[in-house]
Ligand binder design. Structure first.
Ligand code: KG4
Ligand code: ZN
Length: 348
């Protein structure tokens, strides 16, 4: 901003409520996390086998004030100490997003602090700046969450080129659906990750999805159907379902194209840094294999600490930092944007 003292530290209070976590965090200069409060609703949604949007909205409403208060007190601050507020404006569940957006606008008005609107997925990418203080664009980023599977070139802090994406299910969605089919329940990703450690990834030959003439795109629907067919056959023949083997074999078939295409993309573009982002980047096997593949090619590999891979508000505050510096502020007419696409500018 024009009259900003460049030597002054910038403290941003981030707010996240796009799905089933109510979160608030104070972050200094887009990198240093002073507090990171996450109120998870997982236990309640588990009863229903997935996120129930109406319940999510109600719980955000009940918890958001307490979560923000805690984030400030853990950072040893009050509202007067922060420079700006940041909130996830989209994509996500509209009712859930609206709680965070309304809260942030009300606070911005009441405490007279500027507001920055953040794209949830840009937040996931920015989580890497927290865990890797030296990381700067350009780098290739594999974004893998419950709703996104995107291979991007991050050209600058706010500029993305989308190189590939899933043409059907997001990879996190595939983890969740397969977990449900083999009886592991919700949330599926971490349960498959755990079960796969006791299984043999060579035991079942699941297909690796390819999209014709689009070498950097992904498809997971064939893999998901193959798993469902395997389960039906195993049940019909009386062979029985071996949960760890299915988890390990599915996980391998899901991860292989992610690793191979990310490395191919980095090599083709001459980029020597690869980052992972989104909930699935917490997956231990994806982290291990991407690191190994990067090392073999002389590429540096980064991923956020697990707590910053899944939904949190520190990543939202981190993503807001460069927008704040550029003076890209939201007005009190900010609305939730449930279908916001990556690379689509937030209308602030
Ligand atoms: O980024 P995220 O927390 O929320 C969205 O923005 O979608 O991602 C949630 C997704 C879910 O599909 C969840 O099953 C998956 O991330 N996930 C994992 C792991 N932890 C979370 N998938 C595989 N392995 C994990 N350890
Ligand atoms: Zn997310």
């Amino acid at each position: 901003m024009g009259d900003r003292d460049p030597k002054k530290d910038i403290y941003i209070l981030g707010i996240e409520s796009s799905c089933d976590e109510t979160a608030a965090s104070v972050v200094r200069n887009g990198r240093d996390v002073l507090s990171n409060i996450i109120s998870s609703q997982i236990d309640i949604h588990t009863v229903y086998g997935g996120v129930v949007p109406e319940i999510a909205s109600r719980l955000h409403c009940e918890n958001i004030n307490g979560v923000i208060r805690l984030a400030l007190s853990e950072a040893g601050m009050d509202f007067s100490d922060i420079d700006a507020l940041a909130v996830t404006a989209g994509p996500g569940l509209v009712g859930a997003l609206l709680i965070g957006v309304s809260e942030a606008k009300a606070l911005s008005y009441a405490i007279r602090k500027p507001l920055v609107a953040v794209h949830h997925i840009e937040g996931h990418v920015a989580a890497n700046y927290i865990s890797h203080k030296e990381l700067e664009p350009p780098y290739v980023c594999l974004i893998v969450s419950g709703g996104h599977t995107h291979l991007c070139l991050v050209k600058d802090f706010e500029s993305y080129e989308i190189i590939g994406r899933s043409v059907d299910d997001a990879v996190g969605e595939a983890f969740d659906k397969v977990a449900r089919a083999i009886g592991l329940g919700y949330p599926g990703g971490p349960k498959i990750d755990r079960a796969a450690k006791d299984g043999n990834a060579d035991s079942i030959d699941f297909p690796i999805g390819e999209v014709r003439d689009r070498p950097y795109d992904f498809t997971f629907s064939g893999l998901k159907s193959a798993v469902l067919n395997h389960i039906n056959r195993a049940n019909m023949t009386g062979e029985g379902v071996n949960v760890p083997d299915i988890a390990a074999s599915f996980q391998r078939a899901a991860i292989t194209p992610l690793v191979d295409r990310t490395i191919a993309c980095a090599k083709e573009r001459g980029i020597d840094v690869v980052a992972l982002a989104g909930g699935v980047s917490a997956n231990s096997e994806l982290r291990r294999r991407m690191k190994e593949a990067c090392e073999a090619e002389g590429i540096s590999c980064c991923y956020p600490e697990p707590v910053f891979c899944t939904d949190n508000a520190a990543m939202i505050a981190a993503a807001a930092y460069h927008r704040y510096l550029a003076g890209e502020l939201a007005g009190l007419d900010l609305n939730a944007a449930p279908n916001l696409k990556l690379g689509m500018s937030l209308e602030v």
